[in-house]
Design a protein around this ligand. Structure first.
Ligand SMILES: Cc1ncc(COP(=O)(O)O)c(C=O)c1O
Length: 481
């Protein structure tokens, strides 16, 4: 593919981009329960204007662009106050939960390097519900993951199992507030007591819930202690681009003190160019996200967030009650926040997700794992909460429609192929054929794909997904013309 020899007219550039934009989920309808955290058009406008104004400022260098540093300092101070920080609390603005988590893990690793010479092969203890970002950080940073189970009914971290997993090499314990898969808060106070007793660091992943949970508590919801005020908690991540409703590219990682945060920094003076001091992973970066997050937080304000939290809380309660009244469905655990996982012993939840999609609703399928059945996952929010009654009607219909659809045959095919000489890996083309994926194209209905992935052993699932996404990101004919 080549560039146009003569640049396109701006209108034509816009037209083509609109064409591509139309391929995406239409999340402004309030019928999307994943990926975008929508507080309505006024909040969107706040973020959009500030983002555009600061788009080209480079937050790399605070001496050249002090604006980004000042905005960041404000946000960190506000987040620290909001989340139980003290006089010593410091933080860093990052591009998202993954980057915040990466920094928390790097801080733990390099803190151990500096203070615990006996640690030669660092380990981090993760309840199985901890976000995949910790696995990614572990892979990138050379830290071994030690997984611990969660309670089979509540899906909360099992503190005794965490205690039993501690070794001389442990550098970090992780708890979630809440975890993404089931929206439940781990027993952070108990994990904190354990970490403090053992002299270990404890990171609380409050990426998804940290911003609104204090408002939930103010509204009378029961919210277990989870923030930096809990003894033993040494760092905490909170994403502003989730339930603080800032545009993407906004998260904060807080550290108990500057000494710990220092271990997350990267400084390089060993090359021929400018001195590099990066508090976060990114180096050159737009000041757009920090300005947009500042604008949203200040434009919405404390009362505004309380109102957004109230709408979210009420919508979630109505949804959970409504699901309980639909035969064949069950809510997994007791969500402490507005993330809800719905499973079924009677129908394929993957068909339910497709059927909802057919009716214009978007929910996220979650594959099964030894710790949890497969489910559909919903992130409710202030805007889509208002659509809950209609969603429940659609969900009831979707379950009935799913009952009539075939399921289980792909899992049977996978089991049969697993017995064949060479095992499943050798039979992969036939397995893909059985799931309707023989052509390499992604079908509109994803239940067969999800059923296939669900039936595969974890290692093969990983291989298949990696190759599949590699295939998606392959140059082909121009997307617009
Ligand atoms: C609990 C939790 N932690 C971390 C992340 C990763 O955040 P991001 O996608 O912003 O990198 C998420 C994302 O949903 C999350 O829910």
């Amino acid at each position: 593919m080549k560039l146009p020899t003569i640049g396109l007219e701006p209108d034509e550039v816009r037209r083509r981009l609109e064409e591509v934009h139309a391929l995406d989920l239409d999340w402004r309808t309030g019928r999307t329960y994943a990926y975008v955290y929508d507080a309505g058009s006024d909040v969107e406008a706040l973020g959009r204007d500030a983002y555009a104004r600061f788009l080209f400022q480079n937050a790399l260098d605070p001496t050249a662009f002090p604006s980004a540093m000042h905005l960041e300092n404000d946000l960190v101070a506000i987040a620290a106050e909001h989340l139980g920080g003290g006089d010593e609390t410091v933080g860093t603005f990052t591009s998202g939960g993954t980057e915040s988590i990466m920094l928390a893990v790097k801080a733990a690793r390099d803190h151990a390097r500096a203070h615990r010479p006996g640690v030669t092969a660092p380990e981090m203890i993760l309840p199985v519900t901890a976000h995949a970002a910790f696995h990614k950080a572990a892979e990138y940073l050379g830290v071994k993951v030690v997984l611990t189970p969660v309670d089979a009914r509540t899906f909360k971290a099992d503190v005794a199992a965490v205690a039993a997993a501690i070794t001389e090499q442990t550098i970090l314990i992780v708890g979630s507030a809440p975890s993404y898969p089931h929206g439940v808060i781990d027993p952070i106070a108990d994990l904190g007591a354990l970490a403090a007793a053992k002299g270990l660091l404890l990171h609380v992943d409050a990426c998804v819930g940290g911003w609104l949970l204090p408002y939930y508590r103010r509204l009378g919801a029961s919210v277990p202690d989870f923030d930096l005020s809990v003894p033993g908690v040494t760092s905490l991540s909170v994403d502003l681009h989730k339930y603080a409703f800032a545009p993407k590219g906004a998260s904060i990682v807080l550290f108990r003190d500057a000494g710990l945060r220092r271990a997350a920094y990267f400084t390089c003076t060993d090359w021929a160019g400018y001195a590099v001091v990066n508090p976060a992973v990114q180096s050159s970066k737009s000041a757009g996200p920090v300005a947009a997050a500042w604008a949203v937080l200040h434009g919405v304000g404390d009362q505004g967030f309380e109102d957004l939290a109230r709408r979210t809380l009420e919508g979630t309660r109505a949804f959970v009650e409504g699901v309980k009244a639909i035969p064949g469905l069950e809510v997994l655990g007791q969500p402490d926040f507005c993330l809800v996982a719905v499973a079924s012993r009677e129908v394929s939840v993957f068909h339910v997700a497709d059927e909802l999609n057919e009716r214009g609703w978007y929910v996220q399928p979650q594959l099964s794992h030894p710790s949890t059945p497969a489910s559909i996952h919903l992130c409710l929010g202030p805007k889509n909460s208002g659509h809950v009654e209609r969603l429940l009607v659609a969900l009831r219909e979707a379950v009935e429609a799913a009952r009539a659809l075939p399921s289980g045959h792909i899992a049977q095919a996978v089991a049969a192929f697993a017995q064949a000489p060479g095992g499943l890996a050798a039979a992969l083309p036939q397995v893909l054929e059985a799931a309707g994926l023989g052509s390499g194209e992604l079908p509109k209905r994803l239940a067969p794909v999800n059923e296939l992935l669900d039936a595969l052993p974890a290692a093969l699932r990983k291989e298949l997904l990696t190759d599949f996404v590699g295939g998606l990101f392959t140059p082909r004919a121009a997307v617009t013309a």
